[in-house]
Design a protein around this ligand. Structure first.
Ligand code: BDR
Ligand code: CA
Length: 330
């Protein structure tokens, strides 16, 4: 576990998505354990539409016991790119939304995600960690509207990219950075210390049915436990169908790697790199490239994760989720 001078203040930028939901539950556990403060959840389009990701974030915050956290709404990207509903369900939550209460946040009344980012980063310069587990549309919009704003974050941690392995949406590109590669380019140019957990390590993070069952046993009757089990089953089904796990029965919790880094940094290894993104290629759009030739001439802009101790990662994730479920509704 990381030692912080002060508990981290976090804005989570997300496009739920099954793996986003696991990350958001993990974060809620850490908040309830007094290890993090959740300033806001800013939603973006990506896995499904902006309306659906907003509703999911609201529902998951209620289920996890933090209904009062502000949820921002995203703006649809100005081009039509295929979403990932075939992986995450048409609602982005394993087609389980109808089994949960309606969202308590109002999509019409809420603020835009980019405006929340700008306001909060200005209010607390150098204090907020932005965890971005969606296409980078909101971060780029904030930077365009208020140049330099992203430098006011304490740290920006991104799930995205594929460096030494194939992509998951095209042979070359990872979904988040492919979906809005123009936004990714803006964010990559915004500062020199971005933290990136890419497919290179997240392809290893196969969450299994046995893990879900062991978490649920902590409090089998709980609504949260039942939801996690069902979501896990749905995600395993699509992961097998779309060969995401090489036939292993489980699904990839890509987005949770960002929290693994922030709260359990001893589980990852890193390298400095200059990362750029292809925004125009007919076959390669969204490809992330590392130029290692001469960092003195072309300074690095990122830390990229090169290895993860998956056994320790999953121990941390499952123990924290057990904690959330054990103390549900207290
Ligand atoms: C990323 O793409 C999305 O489908 C997931 O939620 C994750 O953020 C993995 O490539
Ligand atoms: Ca995501």
């Amino acid at each position: 576990m990381a030692k912080f001078d002060r508990i981290p203040k976090i804005i989570l930028d997300t496009d739920p998505g099954g793996d986003d939901i696991f990350a958001l539950f993990w974060l809620q556990s850490l908040v309830k354990q007094g290890l993090a403060e959740l300033i806001a959840v800013t939603t973006a389009g990506g896995n499904v539409s902006v309306e659906k990701t907003f509703s999911s974030a609201s529902r998951i915050l209620s289920l996890g016991g933090l209904p009062n956290v502000e949820v921002g709404r995203g703006v649809a990207v100005g081009h039509s790119r295929d979403d990932a509903a075939h992986i995450h369900g048409s609602d982005g939550m394993g087609n389980l939304s109808s089994q949960l209460p309606n969202p308590i946040h109002s999509y019409e009344a809420t603020r835009y995600s980019e405006d929340i980012l700008i306001e909060r980063l200005n209010q607390m310069p150098g204090e907020i960690t932005v965890i971005a587990i969606a296409p980078l549309t909101n971060l780029a919009a904030a930077e365009k509207k208020s140049p330099g704003i992203l430098k006011k974050a304490k740290e920006i941690i991104i799930m995205g990219g594929a460096f030494t392995c194939p992509g998951n949406v095209t042979p070359h590109a990872e979904f988040n950075l492919w979906f809005d590669s123009e936004a990714a380019e803006i964010v990559l140019e915004s500062r020199c210390d971005l933290v990136i957990t890419s497919l290179d390590i997240t392809r290893q993070l196969i969450f299994t049915r046995e893990m879900a069952q062991s978490i649920a046993q902590t409090n089998p009757e709980s609504e949260l436990a039942q939801f996690l089990l069902k979501l896990c089953e749905f995600m395993i089904g699509t992961a097998l169908e779309y060969r995401e796990t090489n036939g292993v029965s489980g699904f990839l919790v890509h987005d949770a790697a960002t929290l693994g880094y922030l709260f359990y940094p001893e589980t990852l290894l890193w390298k400095r790199a200059k990362v750029q993104i292809e925004t125009r290629g007919e076959w390669t759009r969204g490809q992330t490239l590392i130029d290692d030739r001469n960092l003195a001439k072309q300074p690095a802009n990122t830390w990229i994760a090169t290895a993860i101790d998956d056994a320790r990662f999953f121990t941390n994730l499952t123990e924290d989720l057990k904690w959330l479920i054990k103390f549900e509704k207290t």
